[in-house]
Design a protein around this ligand. Structure first.
Ligand SMILES: *Cc1c(COP(=O)(O)O)cnc(C)c1O
Length: 225
């Protein structure tokens, strides 16, 4: 089966990258990105032992999550509009794409209403690409204390999407910058932040070498969308 083969190959590459960087293989979690994949494919992936899944659109996730096994955990990895916060809080166990105080405020409000706490990652547009969402690195530090004041939100770390490239080495500085920024955030808050969500199908090995704890893979796992 193709999915099983892909997963095996990925796991070998994850282990090798961990070994190169002297990290425990268990310190990297594979998040399966299921945008545009039907529930059938998601169930197949779940049967292979995957349990963490990511969608980038609330509307699409809402239609699919109910058709997938209950035990799966879902993270929102795409841009969130304030008017979709209520659904996002209902369907997701983590929001990886928090990119403004206004959004955090709205999320916090929805969490209060539903009596939930929400782990979040702050999305950072490290390379400053106009086409991408996310905080500028300086802005994360500017907003950090205010973000940390929201009672129902728990800051668990940072997330980034590196620029598209055929040569993953070229985006190593992006991943390194995110790791350094996490250290600055930890100093500012005085607590450790467990997660760096970085690395996709084309660049996850380099991301692991630079400290990724969550890698988000779509095409490497499921093939072309
Ligand atoms: C689509 C997507 C991914 C996965 O991309 P692949 O290159 O298919 O692995 C990861 N992160 C985000 C935020 C995405 O939207």
């Amino acid at each position: 089966m193709e999915l099983a083969e892909n997963l095996n190959k990925i796991q070998v590459l994850i282990s090798a990258a961990c070994e190169r960087s002297r990290r425990e293989p268990g310190s990297v979690t594979l998040l399966a990105v299921t945008k545009k994949q039907p529930p059938e494919r998601i169930r197949e992936a779940a049967e292979l032992g995957l349990s963490l899944f990511g969608e980038n659109r609330v509307q699409e996730a809402k239609l699919k999550i109910g058709m997938c096994p209950n035990r799966l955990r879902w993270h929102l990895i795409g841009h969130l509009q304030s008017n979709k916060c209520r659904d996002a809080v209902h369907f997701f166990g983590m929001i990886q794409s928090v990119d403004s105080l206004g959004l955090a405020q709205e999320l916090n409000k929805c969490c209060e209403k539903s009596g939930k706490r929400m782990p979040i990652l702050l999305e950072v547009n490290v390379a400053g690409e106009a086409s991408k969402f996310g905080y500028k690195p300086e802005a994360v530090l500017r907003d950090l204390k205010a973000l940390n004041e929201f009672k129902k939100l728990e800051i668990h770390g940072l997330m980034t999407i590196a620029p598209w490239t055929l040569e993953p080495e070229k985006v190593r500085p992006v991943f390194r910058r995110l790791r350094e920024l996490k250290v600055q955030c930890e100093q500012e808050l005085g607590v450790p932040l467990p997660h760096l969500s970085m690395g996709m199908s084309g660049d996850f090995e380099v991301a692991i070498e630079e400290g990724a704890t969550i890698i988000r893979l779509g095409t490497a796992l499921f093939g072309d969308r």
